[in-house]
Design a protein around this ligand. Structure first.
Ligand code: SF4
Ligand code: SF4
Length: 169
């Protein structure tokens, strides 16, 4: 995301660390500011860590279809990017989640993505870590890729055979 919020890699990285100092932020800042008014830190807090934007997608008849193939660098257990700091060098089609990406047509972010929800006038869902104060709540609500049947993209060419229709995409 010019800062990217998809996932926050590395073996040592503790996802909860993002939400440990919420007292430093204006309460419910996401209700008071537009996305374009948010600081980098506020912007990064919006990502719920679901990992769903790291699924491969294909366009069929002008609509984006998700597949259950995942970027080879996504850790499917914790939904974190293994190469977060170098993702744009190593994966040319890894997308920065900025305003242009959020508003792009056809729409390609999952419908639960906090950026898309806020930009379209919705509130954050009750399981969002900013509401619960806990990074794990996205997984507990079964809104992330954790525990889902996904396969690494390595070696896959026929993506159309992997199209899925999950309700939260
Ligand atoms: S879909 Fe949105 S909320 Fe989920 S990991 Fe990607 S940027 Fe973050
Ligand atoms: S490199 Fe892959 S796993 Fe990492 S953020 Fe980009 S799409 Fe997701």
């Amino acid at each position: 995301m010019s800062s990217d919020n998809k996932t926050f890699a590395s073996e040592e990285y503790n996802p909860q660390s993002r939400f440990d100092n919420l007292d430093h932020f204006e309460p419910e800042f996401w209700k008071k500011k537009k996305l374009e008014e948010m600081s980098k830190e506020e912007w990064e807090l919006l990502c719920d860590g679901c990992g769903k934007c790291c699924l491969n997608k294909i366009e069929i008849k002008g609509k984006i279809k998700f597949t259950n193939t995942r970027c080879r660098f996504l850790d499917c257990k914790n939904c974190l990017c293994r190469i977060y700091e170098h993702r744009f060098e190593k994966v040319p089609d890894c997308r920065d989640i900025d305003l242009a990406a959020i508003r792009e047509k056809p729409h390609w972010l999952p419908k639960t993505c906090a950026y898309w929800l806020l930009d379209n006038g919705y509130d954050l869902p009750i399981w969002h870590p900013l509401i619960t104060g806990r990074a794990e709540s996205v997984h507990e609500a079964k809104m992330s890729l954790q525990g889902r049947e996904t396969v690494s993209e390595t070696g896959i060419e026929d993506y159309e055979n992997y199209v899925i229709d999950w309700q939260d995409l």
